[in-house]
Ligand binder design. Structure first.
Ligand code: SF4
Ligand code: SF4
Length: 405
C-alpha cells in the first residue's frame, strides 16, 4: 500500500452519477477534475502506474474536499477518506518552496499564538472599506481583503467558562472554540453556549485552546493533524456531547477513528460529537422570546450537509422562529469556494464558485443568508460586501439567539 487501501479505490464503479454535483467538474468540465477522474488518478498513483507529476497534483489540489460526490454516489464511495489519504502523499512530491509554503500556512492557521497574530489585522479591520478595496485588488490579494471586510467585531473569549443549564439539566456539552478562524466568531460561540444553556444543557469550554487538525489535514500535513488531534483528545473529558463552532471540525471529530486508528481514546468521540444546531434540534428549545422579521435563505456548508448529513435540522429550527420566513436558495449545498484553505490556495477557482453562489443569493430575494460555518460566512460575506449586495450573511445560531436568548 502506498497511501490508501486499494479496495477503497475499487468501490468506484465509474458510473459518473456524481459528476453533476462536483463543483470543480461543473466549472471546469474536465474529467480529471471530477470525482471519478480523481479516483482514477489516485488508483493509478496507488498502483504505481502514474507518477505524481505537477499536472496530477494540480487536479488533486483543485478538489475542494466538499464531499458533494459522496452524497451523490449510489455505491457508497468514501471519497473524503480517499482524498485525505492522497493529500499527504502528494505533499512529499511537491517542489520544496510550495511544500514549505503550505506547511507554514498550516502552522499559522492552527497555532494559537501565530493564528492570533495573523488574525489581528482582520480584527482591527472589520470594515466595508476593505470590500471596496477587494473589488479593485489583484487576484492574489482579493481573498485576504474580502476576509478583512467580512471579519466580525471582536468578542470576549470563552476560554475556561462554564454556562449552567436553565431549568433541569439534561447533560453536559464540551464546547471547543477551535483554532484561529473559528475564534474570529467568539460572539457566535457565546450565542451557542447561551442557546444550549437555555435548552437545558450545561456548557463547559476547556481551559486549553486546541485545534482539531482539520485545516492541517486539508493542507496535506498529516503529522501536524495527528499531533493536534491527540492534543484535542486530551481536553475532551467525559462530557455527554462534544460541540464545535465549525462544521469542518465537527465532521473531522466524527471521523477521528480514521485519523488516529490506533488510539483507543477516539472510540467515544464520534458518538458524542454533534454540530450545535443538530444538538439543539435533538433536544429542543423552549418557546421563543422574540420574533425575527427576516426573509432567510439557508446555505448548506459542505461539511455540515455532506460531511454530517445536517440540513433539515437547520431549516426546522429557523422555521420555529416567529416572523422569520424561509425562502429557497438554488444550489444551496454547492460549495461557496471557501473549503478550509481553498480560497487562499486556489483563489481563482474559489472566486468563480463564490460568484456562482452570489448569483444564486441575488436571485433568492432573501435579506439574510444563514451559513453555519465560519469559513463560508467569511467567504460569502466578503463576496457580498465586495459586490455591494444588500444582504446580510449570518450564522443560524445568531438568528436563533436573537429569538430565544
Ligand atoms: S464516485 Fe460513485 S457516483 Fe462517482 S463514478 Fe464512482 S461510483 Fe459512480
Ligand atoms: S470533494 Fe467536491 S470537489 Fe472534490 S471531487 Fe468530490 S464533489 Fe468534486
Amino acid at each position: 500500500m502506498r497511501f490508501v487501501e486499494p479496495e477503497r479505490l475499487l468501490s468506484c464503479v465509474h458510473c459518473g452519477l456524481c459528476l453533476a454535483s462536483c463543483p470543480t467538474y461543473v466549472e471546469l468540465g474536465e474529467e480529471a477534475d471530477s470525482p471519478r477522474g480523481r479516483i482514477h488518478l489516485m488508483r493509478a498513483l496507488e498502483e504505481r502506474r502514474l507518477d505524481p507529476t505537477p499536472a496530477v497534483i494540480r487536479h488533486l489540489d483543485r478538489c475542494l474536499g466538499c464531499r458533494a460526490c459522496e452524497t451523490a454516489c449510489p455505491s457508497g464511495v468514501e471519497y473524503g477518506k480517499l482524498i485525505e489519504a492522497a493529500r499527504p502523499f502528494v505533499e512529499s512530491h511537491r517542489p520544496g518552496p510550495a511544500r514549505l509554503g503550505r506547511a507554514a500556512l498550516a502552522a499559522v492557521l492552527t497555532s494559537p499564538v501565530l493564528g492570533a497574530l495573523a488574525m489581528a489585522p482582520l480584527r482591527l479591520a472589520g470594515g466595508r472599506r476593505f470590500g471596496r478595496l477587494a473589488r479593485r485588488a489583484p487576484g492574489w490579494a482579493r481573498p485576504w481583503l474580502s476576509l478583512a471586510a467580512a471579519a466580525p467585531p471582536p468578542a470576549e473569549s470563552l476560554v475556561g467558562k462554564t454556562f449552567e443549564a436553565e431549568g433541569e439539566c439534561r447533560g453536559t456539552a464540551l464546547l471547543l472554540e477551535g483554532c484561529a478562524p473559528s475564534r474570529l466568531f467568539s460572539g457566535t460561540l457565546h450565542a451557542t453556549a447561551n442557546l444550549l444553556a437555555r435548552a437545558g444543557v450545561r456548557v463547559v469550554v476547556p481551559r486549553d485552546r486546541t485545534c482539531c487538525g482539520a485545516l492541517a489535514l486539508h493542507l496535506g500535513q498529516l503529522g501536524r493533524a495527528r499531533r493536534l488531534a491527540r492534543e484535542t483528545l486530551r481536553v475532551l473529558g467525559d462530557a455527554d456531547w462534544i460541540v464545535s463552532g465549525a462544521a469542518g471540525c465537527g465532521a473531522l471529530l466524527r471521523e477521528y477513528d480514521h485519523l488516529l486508528p490506533d488510539d483507543a481514546a477516539v472510540a467515544s468521540v464520534a458518538r458524542r460529537a454533534r454540530d450545535p444546531l443538530a444538538l439543539l434540534h435533538e433536544i429542543g428549545l423552549p418557546p421563543p422570546r422574540r420574533s425575527v422579521d427576516r426573509r432567510v435563505a439557508v446555505h448548506d456548508p459542505c461539511h455540515l450537509a455532506h460531511g454530517q448529513g445536517v440540513r433539515a435540522e437547520v431549516r426546522r429550527l429557523l422555521a420555529g422562529v416567529p416572523g422569520l420566513s424561509l425562502v429557497d436558495l438554488d444550489e444551496a449545498d454547492f460549495c461557496c469556494g471557501s473549503a478550509g484553505t481553498y480560497n487562499l490556495t486556489e483563489p481563482a477557482l474559489a472566486a468563480r464558485l463564490l460568484a456562482r453562489k452570489l448569483d444564486r443569493i441575488e436571485a433568492s430575494g432573501a435579506d439574510v443568508i444563514a451559513a453555519a460555518n465560519p469559513g463560508c460566512l467569511l467567504q460569502i460575506r466578503g463576496g457580498a460586501i465586495a459586490r455591494g449586495l444588500d444582504v446580510a450573511i449570518e450564522h443560524p445560531i445568531d438568528l436563533l439567539a436573537a429569538a430565544y436568548v
